[in-house]
Design a protein around this ligand. Structure first.
Ligand SMILES: Cc1ncc(COP(=O)(O)O)c(C=O)c1O
Length: 326
């Protein structure tokens, strides 16, 4: 079988689950969760969509392997390393930091066990990861490797995330239900840009950046949109960022946030009890906590029909002493 098809066959479509909760009834809000965390136990969340066409291109080009970048808990590197393991292709992970991190990071241990080469660079060098000169030096060391930028947010991530928007809309029409708001956590903005590009329905897309001071993401996301979409003034009010949902900044987690995540996991009963909800403290935990705060404050317009995109990231729970699965 064709290697790319083999990889695709491992992935399931993301279920759209309905959430029941007394507060939703009180505020007259319908809530569903798009469970991209259930696409695959490891290549989970938005990663499978972002990687799809990057991996296809690497295989089509008969690249010697795939090389990418990230920190010691990168969900992107985790999904990429496992994908390369499945495809039996070499993978190089350029990691920000020192080899001592291996002992502290279950993620680095995983990817090393899957055969990925760990290439550590100083924080100073890591800042050069988009500079062509520095990349050319890496290419000498890893000739004919296919290079995927940090977080997987290359131009080829976009068509993959568009398929996520299509799956979301298909799941809605199968349930004869249309949202008017779709919320998702934002890091680099690649996923949000794909959702905006792929949307054909009449709903607003709300991004919640997990970084503090993320105004710059308005520019980054606009740049990713197609030329036609950039011209459309109608688009402006069809997506927005809520910049205050970062809970202290990237990777910052307070005891309150951890308790709140635990409470939401226990309280949000999905329509499929077998697929208990787990959230990660870096992305989805912040998205869900921010949405819930808005709901409690009465800031969600009554009769809204909302989808929260669960974008995975559960492997990162281990960085906070939490289990990856229930
Ligand atoms: C679990 C999870 N959710 C959301 C995001 C945000 O995606 P993006 O970087 O495309 O904005 C990431 C990014 O790495 C992630 O790992």
């Amino acid at each position: 079988m064709d290697a790319f098809q083999y990889w695709m066959d491992q992935l399931k479509p993301a279920p759209l689950q309905t959430v029941d909760h007394p507060l939703l009834v009180e505020k007259a809000i319908e809530l569903k969760i798009l469970r991209t965390d259930l696409v695959h136990p490891i290549i989970s969340g938005n990663k499978s969509y972002k990687l799809k066409y990057n991996l296809k291109a690497a295989l089509n080009q008969a690249a010697a392997g795939v090389l990418s970048f990230g920190g010691a808990w990168s969900n992107h590197l985790h999904a990429l390393a496992y994908s390369c393991y499945l495809l039996q292709r070499p993978c190089v992970a350029v990691i920000r930091g020192e080899p001592e991190l291996i002992a502290k990071s279950a993620m680095l241990q995983d990817i090393q066990n899957w055969g990925t080469t760990l290439h550590f660079v100083t924080r100073k060098d890591y800042r050069l990861r988009d500079e062509s000169e520095w990349l050319a030096q890496l290419a000498v060391q890893y000739p004919n490797y296919y290079c995927v930028p940090e977080g997987g947010s290359s131009a080829l991530a976009q068509p993959g995330v568009i398929t996520l928007a299509q799956q979301l809309e298909q799941a809605c029409s199968e349930q004869h239900w249309q949202p008017n708001q779709v919320w998702c956590a934002v890091g680099t903005g690649g996923t949000l840009a794909g959702l905006i590009t792929g949307r054909t329905g009449n709903y607003q897309i709300i991004g919640v950046p997990v970084l503090k001071g993320a105004e710059f993401l308005y520019r980054v996301i606009k740049e990713r949109l197609s030329a036609d979409q950039k011209k459309s003034t109608r688009l402006e009010n069809r997506w927005q960022l809520q910049l205050e949902g970062h809970f202290g900044g990237y990777g910052k987690v307070s005891p309150w946030l951890l308790d709140n995540i635990e409470e939401l996991q226990n309280q949000l009963f999905c329509s499929c009890p077998d697929n208990a909800l787990l959230l990660d403290p870096v992305y989805t935990g912040k998205l869900f906590s921010h949405f819930w705060q808005k709901l409690e404050a009465g800031d969600i317009t009554p009769n809204s029909r909302v989808i929260l995109v669960h974008s995975g990231g559960l492997q990162g729970r281990r960085g906070y002493g939490l289990d990856m699965a229930r």
